[in-house]
Design a protein around this ligand. Structure first.
Ligand SMILES: [Mg+2]
Length: 238
């Protein structure tokens, strides 16, 4: 049930999701994903000698279960995974590299709900450590915060976690790994996400959780027993 305010005492660290929580998933699916997909072909060709690209191609081949797939087959597989919204690590790595160029050139600017910016600023000003956990790569997350509509917000973020350094977002073990990396008791960690399965997994790992349920976001119809808010400024800590 959505409440006007959700209050949590003795929180040592807040961890926030990106897509659907701080930021519009429509922006990610309609702007960011197509930006990378349109560049898979040319970008892989232009960076063919880069060791990071060779590693991505090896991982893509393993995921495809293909020996020496052709350039066109790789591009097709990557494009299909985007269409299927598969959270495949080499795809996430490649997208992060392509977006980096877009952010650096100023062609891309990230997206935040205004209440998310207000909440993050208030927590930061109050000295509350904030980390990010998203299926987008750490590189993509850092760029997301470095190129926001109101400027560079990376000073607000103390840690970045993704499927490579923490694990899948619906596995409790990922939240145990993040708690260990942060160095805090799980019960002092608060996770904010729009996806109930992720909140369930964090809860299993001993975290406290709050659901951000925004009308119009893709997971808004799912029901949960967790405290829910419609805007992040309604989350009160300590
Ligand atoms: Mg989300």
């Amino acid at each position: 049930m959505t409440v006007a305010e959700a209050s949590f005492a003795d929180v040592a660290h807040i961890v926030v999701d990106i897509e659907g929580t701080t930021s519009r998933s429509t922006y990610i699916y309609e702007v960011l994903f197509p930006y990378a997909t349109q560049r898979f072909d040319s970008w892989l060709t232009a960076h063919a000698d880069d060791p990071a690209v060779r590693e991505i191609l090896t991982q893509v081949g393993q995921e495809m279960a293909a020996v020496d797939p052709t350039h066109d087959q790789v591009v097709q597989a990557l494009t299909d995974w985007v269409a299927e919204d598969r959270k495949v690590t080499p795809l996430k790595t490649l997208q992060g590299l392509i977006w980096q160029e877009g952010f650096d050139s100023g062609e891309l600017v990230s997206d935040f709900y205004s209440d998310a910016l207000d909440a993050l600023r208030a927590w930061h000003d109050a000295g509350m450590p904030i980390s990010v956990y998203s299926s987008g790569s750490v590189l993509a997350q850092r760029n997301w915060y470095a190129h926001s509509p109101i400027g560079d917000l990376t000073s607000w973020v103390s840690g970045y976690y993704d499927t490579a350094n923490a694990g899948p977002k619906r596995d409790a073990s990922s939240y145990r790994a993040i708690a260990e990396a942060i160095g805090a008791e799980p019960a002092t960690l608060l996770f904010c996400s729009d996806v109930v399965d992720e909140l369930d997994a964090a809860h299993v790992a001993g975290w406290r959780v709050v659901r951000v349920r925004r009308p119009g976001e893709s997971h808004a119809a799912d029901n949960s027993g967790w405290p829910e808010v419609a805007e992040m400024t309604a989350i009160r800590v300590n």
